[in-house]
Every structure is written in structure tokens, then in C-alpha cells.
Design a protein around this ligand. Structure first.
Ligand code: NZQ
Ligand code: ZN
Length: 380
């Protein structure tokens, strides 16, 4: 078994109602918080007001920044970092989905270092900087950003969506309260479910070594998503179902799912980030559109893994057909054409993917410009 690292310096507070502990927990970290959200859902669902009340009741001054867009942009992050510095914030609280949590991690780094966040992505900034304390509060079961030190951000000027990892942007505290996801609409719920499934299936299929612990953890988590997502889409207020999806989301994009080796690669993600960078599409939609052709492309080199997926996750002989049927069942059969992608852009998309996600070159069947264009074409 190859050597792998497990480092997760995050204090998790997990469970229905754990959101009420925000004030007490944040008070461990500082006195002035930048409370980061998207532009509408936290206000419309009352969660922003609740968070502000919790913080005030525990003596924390909160400055609200409610301008994070889906597929968070570097320009937004830098603007928020300036506000954090001007207010001498010592805590950055991300209350929202993956876009908000990722933006918050980066705001914490940019505010501490005083340099534009994209300079960290280019390796030009001082890497020794220690980000401000981060509190992550996921309100969508999808990214698992509450459980890692990664952030996926977009430089909209250059249309580059990149993964930034930094040793100091683990959340100090992650409050994972499934009740916060009860207001997520069906389409976003389904997009999130596909994202969780892809976090698990990509590494499961590309893993160069399989280990019982790691495979079982991923298979159980995939089964949870496959079985639970249709139930939640039928009944959006199904708190037990929402709890299962939230837990799978936290596990799927954390080192829990690579503990014990058999890490695998996130190469489908690399192809999708190019789509979001150029078309600003929802991450889960881009993944759903590419997943089947990515599996077919990988089959020659990972037949046995894809058969194992079929048997152990779907109880079916053909893992690709079973996945396709599931996508249909949850209303996530997506085609690039319907998502607004232009055929004339395929080459630019492929170059973008190779530039911003260089790890795709190590896919079990090497991905290059022509093979990536082939996957985009067949997903059109
Ligand atoms: O914009 P607001 O008002 O916040 O509304 C959001 C947004 O429109 C809304 N929403 C969030 N919580 C809600 C809610 N609506 C009702 N009730 C609630 N409780 O949902 C919409 C989508 O939010 P977003 O954060 O964009 O979705 P998601 O959580 O799927 O995150 C997607 C982002 O995560 C990144 C993706 O690249 C994408 O930018 N990822 C981050 C990863 C990580 N850090 O580990 C890994 C993932 O693979 C992923 O790439
Ligand atoms: Zn993802």
C-alpha cells in the first residue's frame, strides 16, 4: 500500500440543530467576523439573521459580505478581503454552499497576506502566510468544502477556474447541520448529489490500488447518494434523507475517502472546471453532462473497477448503464448543447482543461487535446 497522508485539523460540530452553536464556537476564534454568504438564499431563508443573532449574543461583531456568486470569482474574493482587513476581522465565516465556503477560505488567506488571491494560485504570493481563522457552515450537500483545505475559484478575466490548496485554509471549525439544507431547491439538490457521487466515483474508478477499507467506504457513500437522492427529490423536507446526503458530502471530498490508500484522481472534475470557467455553468450540471463519456473513455483501462461499481453500488452488471439510468432517474441527464456549450469552443475548452487541471494527463488512459475534445463531442 503506498504511503498516504491524513491531516484534518478541523473541529467538526455535526448534527441537526448544531447551527445554534455558531456563536459559542466562533467566540473561541476571535472578536470580529466577516460573515460571508451568497446574494440571496441566506437572507431569504432567515439563516443570515439567525447567524448574526448568534454571533452578537456571544459578543462577536459581524460584518456581512453577501456578494459571493456561484463559481466564486477572484475579484469578489479580493474585494471581500479588503473589507475584512479594513474591519480588522479575525474570523471569516462562510455560510452557504461550496461557492461561499471556497470563497471564505480564500478571503481568509488574501486578508491575512494582503496579496490578490490569484497570485497564490500562480505560486507568486508568499506561501508562508497563515490565513485568518475560518468557520465553514455548509448549506448545500455537494462540495464537501467544509472538510478540506481546497478551494475552486475562477479568474473571470482569464477564464481560468483553478483548484487552490493551502495548508492554512482548512476550516478551524465546520458546523454541519443538515437542517440548513432543507430549503435547497430540487435542481440544486440534484446537482449537489451528482457532485458528491463524482467525488467518490472518479477516485474509485481511477484508483491504481484497491483497498477493502477505502473501496467499502466509497461504495457505501455512493450507495447512500444513489438511494437517498431520489427520495429527497420526492420529499424535499425529508430531514433524514438530507442528513444522509450531508454526511456523504462531508466524507466524499475529504481525506476520509482516501484514508488507507487507493487515492485515485479527479480527472472528470478537471474537464468540468473548464466548462464552468468559460460558461459559468453549475458544477453539478457540467459533471452530469460529461460523466458517462468519461466512464466509457476510461473503461478499457479500468473495466474491472467499473464492473465492481455496477455490482457493489447499483447491484447491476453494467456500471455505465446503471449510472446513466440513475442520472435519468434524478433528472440529471444533461447534454453540453442544452447547457449552451458551442462546438466551436471544444478546442479552447480542451486547452483550458489541460492548462488549469494538469493532473488530467495522469488519467489511466492519458487525456490530451484530441481525447478531451472527443469526450466533449460525445457529450454534446
Ligand atoms: O447564491 P446564494 O444566494 O447563496 O444561493 C445558492 C446558490 O444560488 C443556493 N443555496 C445555497 N444554500 C442554500 C441555497 N438555496 C436555498 N437554500 C439553501 N440552504 O444554491 C446555489 C448553489 O450554491 P453553490 O455554493 O454554488 O453550490 P455548491 O454547494 O454545489 O458549490 C459549488 C461550488 O463548489 C465548488 C465548485 O467548483 C463550485 O464552485 N467545489 C468545491 C470543492 C472543494 N472545495 O472541495 C470540491 C467540489 O468538487 C467543487 O468543485
Ligand atoms: Zn465537485
Amino acid at each position: 500500500m503506498s504511503i498516504s497522508r491524513f491531516h484534518m485539523p478541523i473541529r467538526f460540530i455535526i448534527g441537526q440543530g448544531s447551527f445554534a452553536q455558531l456563536g459559542r464556537e466562533a467566540a473561541r476564534l476571535g472578536k470580529t467576523a466577516l460573515l460571508v454568504t451568497g446574494s440571496c438564499s441566506m437572507r431569504s431563508t432567515g439563516m443570515l439573521e439567525k447567524a448574526s443573532g448568534e454571533l452578537a449574543a456571544n459578543g462577536i461583531t459581524a460584518v456581512v459580505f453577501d456578494k459571493v456568486e456561484p463559481n466564486p470569482r477572484t475579484s469578489t474574493i479580493d474585494a471581500a478581503a479588503k473589507i475584512a482587513r479594513d474591519n480588522k476581522a479575525d474570523i471569516i465565516i462562510g455560510l452557504g454552499g461550496g461557492s461561499v465556503m471556497d470563497a471564505s477560505k480564500c478571503i481568509a488567506l488574501a486578508a491575512a497576506g494582503g496579496e490578490p488571491i490569484f497570485s497564490y494560485c500562480q505560486g507568486k504570493a508568499n506561501g508562508k502566510i497563515k490565513a485568518l481563522a475560518i468557520v465553514a457552515i455548509p448549506t448545500v450537500a455537494a462540495s464537501g468544502s467544509e472538510a478540506n483545505n481546497g478551494a475552486v475559484i475562477t479568474n473571470w478575466e482569464t477564464h481560468e477556474k483553478v483548484v487552490l490548496t493551502h495548508p492554512s485554509i482548512y476550516p478551524a471549525i465546520s458546523i454541519v447541520d443538515p437542517t440548513l439544507t432543507l430549503t435547497v431547491p430540487a435542481r440544486t439538490t440534484a446537482q449537489g448529489g451528482v457532485d458528491i457521487f463524482c467525488h467518490l466515483v472518479e477516485a474509485y474508478v481511477t484508483a491504481h490500488e484497491s483497498t477493502l477499507i477505502n473501496d467499502s467506504l466509497r461504495e457505501a457513500s455512493m450507495r447512500t447518494v444513489v438511494e437517498t437522492l431520489p427520495e429527497v427529490l420526492d420529499r424535499l423536507d425529508d430531514i433524514e434523507g438530507r442528513s444522509k446526503l450531508t454526511w456523504a458530502s462531508t466524507i466524499a471530498c475529504s481525506q476520509f475517502s482516501s484514508l488507507g490508500g487507493g487515492t485515485g484522481l479527479m480527472t472528470l472534475h478537471g474537464l468540468e472546471h473548464a466548462l464552468s470557467a468559460i460558461y459559468d455553468m453549475a458544477h453539478g450540471d457540467g459533471l452530469a453532462a460529461l460523466l458517462i463519456e468519461w466512464m466509457k473513455f476510461t473503461l478499457p483501462a479500468r473495466r474491472e473497477r467499473i464492473e465492481k461499481l455496477g455490482q457493489n453500488v447499483f447491484g447491476a452488471s453494467d456500471g455505465i448503464v446503471a449510472t446513466q439510468n440513475w442520472l435519468h432517474k434524478v433528472g440529471m441527464d444533461r447534454r453540453l448543447r442544452a447547457l449552451g456549450v458551442k462546438e466551436a469552443d471544444f478546442e479552447a475548452l480542451a486547452d483550458n482543461a489541460l492548462r488549469t487541471a494538469p493532473w488530467v494527463k495522469f488519467h489511466p488512459v492519458p487525456l490530451d487535446t484530441s481525447s478531451i475534445i472527443g469526450i466533449y463531442k460525445k457529450s454534446y
